[in-house]
Design a protein around this ligand. Structure first.
Ligand code: PLP
Length: 363
């Protein structure tokens, strides 16, 4: 049967490519003629190890991941990485420098500070601007085991279009949760990248970690699930991995390759974002709270001047199949997340709806 689809603008869990959802549906009863669903196969079988190997190979192709980086498929979300990075990497000075660019940077800082003996130090912040712009980064003095950067700020709608050179003078950890595979970042700008899957990769329950192999040398002895070296040694399967989530991620990687890879996605994402930002700029009703030069391609907050109108907008949009446009409670208003799987047609429909709404309710 055909799937009833809407346009889902959620920040995560987020829209998946319709083709991928259809493939999952078709393959669900019997994965590769095994007579078992993907959820039933053994993670020690070649059915799974082949699948995982292919997923890793495709991800390496997509992101041009060099051989001296390991790829891990872990659990625990971006949130576990806030602490796991510190447990493994904050081992010499035990100081970690943070770019305080918003909600998720703050959460990362808090978790890092909870790792015993570790100090989380703010080296730049745009808190005083309510995170409507990226922090200005001055020359960094002091000793740090690494710096942490939230590359795309999912809630506030800002992103680094380029990684500031000053940050590259230190080992750099990047949270790419809401922009991975959507913009052509250089893996080699980072020593470690992590991303929860549920925005631009696949279902929740999978976290992708990409890390420079040499980082493993200094990691202390840790419980296995929290140890990068032990996870690398066991190819992310030291316990039962999230097989279904890795399977869907693999399908998404194939889909991305067929679309032309990350460069092609970036181009499409720029086109989609441009369309929405142009509407916001041309409108008298809608405004973006975010500084023009720092605007995200994937998470786009916008507001009217009235909380009541914002609420009405979200409700009326939902009634016509434009879902999950309510902004995060800390920012208010609306937010449209335009990840890779959001088609241009969805953004066009949203823009049309905004214009209709403005005709009816604009001053
Ligand atoms: N980092 C960023 C940038 C996010 O947007 C999120 C979730 O929205 C997280 C981390 C937390 O991710 P998780 O729910 O996978 O722990």
């Amino acid at each position: 049967g055909s799937l009833q689809r809407v346009y889902n603008f959620s920040a995560g869990p987020a829209v998946l490519p319709a083709e991928v959802v259809r493939t999952v549906q078709e393959e669900l009863p019997s994965y590769r003629r095994s007579g078992m669903s993907i959820m039933e196969i053994s993670h020690r079988s070649s059915l799974f190890t082949d699948l995982q190997e292919t997923a890793e190979t495709d991800l390496r192709k997509l992101m041009q991941i060099p051989d001296n980086y390991d790829v891990l498929f872990l659990q625990g979300g971006g949130t576990l990485q806030f602490a796991m990075t510190a447990m493994n990497l904050a081992v010499k000075t035990k100081r970690v420098g943070f770019i305080d660019s918003g909600h998720w940077a703050q959460r990362a800082m808090e978790e890092t500070a909870l790792v015993k003996g570790t100090k989380a130090v703010v080296i730049a912040s745009s808190k005083n601007q309510k995170y409507t712009q990226l922090p200005k980064i001055e020359p960094i003095t002091g000793q740090f085991d690494y710096l942490h950067l939230t590359v795309n700020n999912t809630i506030e709608g800002t992103m680094y279009h380029q990684i500031p050179a000053e940050l590259k003078k230190f080992p750099l950890v990047g949270d790419l949760s809401s922009i991975i595979l959507g913009y052509n970042y250089q893996v080699t700008d980072f020593d470690l990248i992590y991303a929860g899957a549920q925005k631009n990769i696949g279902p929740a329950g999978l976290t992708v970690v990409i890390l420079k192999h040499e980082l493993l040398q200094n990691a202390p002895e840790l419980p296995a699930m929290l140890s990068y070296p032990k996870q690398v040694q066991k190819h992310s399967a030291l316990n039962t991995p999230p097989v279904f989530a890795i399977y869907v991620a693999g399908l998404v990687f194939k889909w991305l390759l067929a679309q032309g890879g990350v460069a092609a996605m970036q181009e499409k994402n720029e086109q989609k974002a441009q369309l929405l930002y142009a509407e916001i700029e041309n409108s008298k009703l809608f405004k973006s709270p975010v500084a023009v030069e720092d605007r995200s391609l994937t998470n786009i907050p916008f507001v009217t001047g009235s909380a009541q109108l914002n609420q009405l907008f979200v409700a009326e949009a939902q009634a016509v199949g434009l879902l999950n446009l309510k902004g995060h409670r800390s920012v208010g208003g609306m937010r449209a997340s335009l990840y890779n799987a959001m088609p241009l047609a969805g953004v066009k429909r949203l823009v049309e709806f905004m214009q209709e709404f403005e005709r009816q309710h604009g001053g």
